[in-house]
Write a protein that binds this ligand. Structure first.
Ligand code: ADP
Ligand code: ASP
Ligand code: MG
Length: 419
């Protein structure tokens, strides 16, 4: 039997009527002759509520219990989806992660897949079940504890099942009808893309476009999964949505294909650090040990007169997620107290956002940075930090200019038109 994976995100299963609507789409594929693995998210808002309850109960929570609580939203929708399908005479049953069993690492709240054995689900398909409804976002650790995969993780569950079961395609149903040149909530000029290369989607996702979890794109790229993003609110067919595919399958693309943003950034600066070999390691070692995800880094070297002796000093600036500032500060203050690093001051700015342009065309075109910086300057947006890679340029700016910057860049690279 050909097999499809269909994933429904939070807004697509937000209430019983939406679950009914999603189940209709599943039924249609069953009628076309597919066996279907349905991956469901929790009802929209549910995971946030569960996270809130955990944080209120225990600010420095045990991550194993966090996972026990926050994974539960998906269990509810998996059961409800199976029941809805049964009511439509579609033979379906639900699966929680441990029943498959979906084996993951024990990195609670950010676990990774180890394996997805097929036997149990295959046996049920062989008995005549047409649909396996699997709770997304969760698995079980080698120690037998429930794990979760990080926010947005149901996308990754879907792609991992598509790879494990050699699915014909992995369809991600969501509240937008595809991947756009930028978040359509930020500008009405955002244009839906028919196709996007894995690498571009990977960059856009990792730079903040939350339409797909980054890890899901990584897995799709590695296992060559045909990955599609489409709307659960519209009538759809084989041609709907956006296909994430190899760059060779895209005839012509622009130099820049998309603009991404991330509002949850912070900038921290260590003021006047003595510049000597090993100083970067002395700073970023403790940050890594404390689990701080450092993103952009800039170092400015200058000279300082220390009572007649001139020494090279540096200001070391880095960015990290805003909710890790307290942890970063503690790691750096502890390192200073232990004499491992010396600095005059530690300044943090939690009102920043990161805006990035992405495109594989940048590999062979120059001038993208100049166009980007000119467009931001024309709108009076000051750039605090810049980072580049082969196919992206990111800037850190004041958060209040974030939407303006996204719109300005979308215009500057003429993304509203296809050519
Ligand atoms: P789901 O609950 O279905 O997983 P998400 O909220 O995680 O949905 O992701 C869909 C949202 O991603 C959209 O509503 C949109 O606001 C946002 N988004 C951000 N960047 C993009 C983009 N480039 N294209 C499409 N949607 C985007
Ligand atoms: N429910 C989880 C979250 O909100 C996983 C997901 O929806 O992908 O992050
Ligand atoms: Mg999502």
């Amino acid at each position: 039997m050909p097999l499809l994976v269909m994933k429904f995100g939070g807004t697509s299963v937000a209430d019983l009527a939406r679950i009914q609507n999603a189940a209709q789409k599943v039924k249609r594929e069953v009628e076309r002759g597919y066996d279907v693995i349905v991956i469901v998210s929790a009802m929209s808002g549910k995971t946030n509520e569960l996270v809130g309850w955990v944080e209120q109960t225990s600010p420095l929570f045990d991550a194993r219990e966090y996972d026990a609580v926050v994974s539960s939203g998906e269990n509810v929708t998996a059961g409800l989806m199976a029941l809805t399908l049964q009511e439509m005479d579609v033979p379906a049953r639900s699966w929680q992660g441990w029943q498959v069993p979906i084996q993951t690492t024990s990195a609670h709240s950010a676990a990774r897949f180890l394996s997805i054995p097929r036997e149990n689900i295959d046996a049920k398909f062989a008995e005549g079940f047409k649909v396996a409804v699997v709770a997304g976002f969760q698995g079980v650790s080698p120690e037998g504890r429930i794990t979760t995969l990080g926010r947005g993780g149901s996308d990754t569950t879907a792609v991992a099942f598509a790879a494990a079961f050699s699915a014909e395609r992995c369809d991600i149903y969501t509240d937008v009808d595809g991947v756009y040149t930028t978040d359509p909530r930020i500008t009405a000029k955002a244009r839906k893309l028919d196709k996007i290369a894995y690498e571009e989607m990977l960059e856009l996702a990792s730079l903040g476009a939350k339409v797909l979890q980054t890890r899901s794109v990584e897995l799709a790229m590695r296992y060559n999964v045909r990955l599609r993003v489409l709307s659960s609110f519209e009538d759809t067919d084989e041609t709907s949505g956006t296909l994430v595919c190899d760059e060779d399958d895209i005839m012509e693309s622009k130099v820049v294909s998309g603009v991404a943003y991330s509002r949850d950034e912070a900038k921290m600066t260590l003021v006047t650090v003595e510049d000597r070999p090993g100083v970067a390691a002395a700073i970023f070692g403790p940050l890594a040990e404390a689990g701080v995800n450092v993103d952009m880094i800039v170092q400015n070297i200058s000279e300082k007169d220390l009572g007649g002796r001139t020494v090279n000093v540096t200001d070391m600036t880095f960015s990290c997620p805003v909710n890790q500032v307290a942890r970063a500060r503690k790691a750096l203050e502890d390192a200073k107290a232990a004499g491992a690093i010396m600095y005059d001051d530690l300044v943090s700015d939690t009102d920043v956002a990161k805006v990035s342009v992405v495109g594989i065309g940048m590999r062979s075109h120059t001038g993208v940075a100049a166009t980007m910086f000119k467009a931001l300057a024309a709108d009076g947006v000051n750039i605090k930090v810049i980072a580049t890679s082969e196919i992206k340029i990111s800037v850190l700016i004041d958060r209040k200019y974030m939407e303006l910057a996204v719109q300005a860049l979308h215009d500057a690279f003429a993304l509203e038109t296809a050519n």
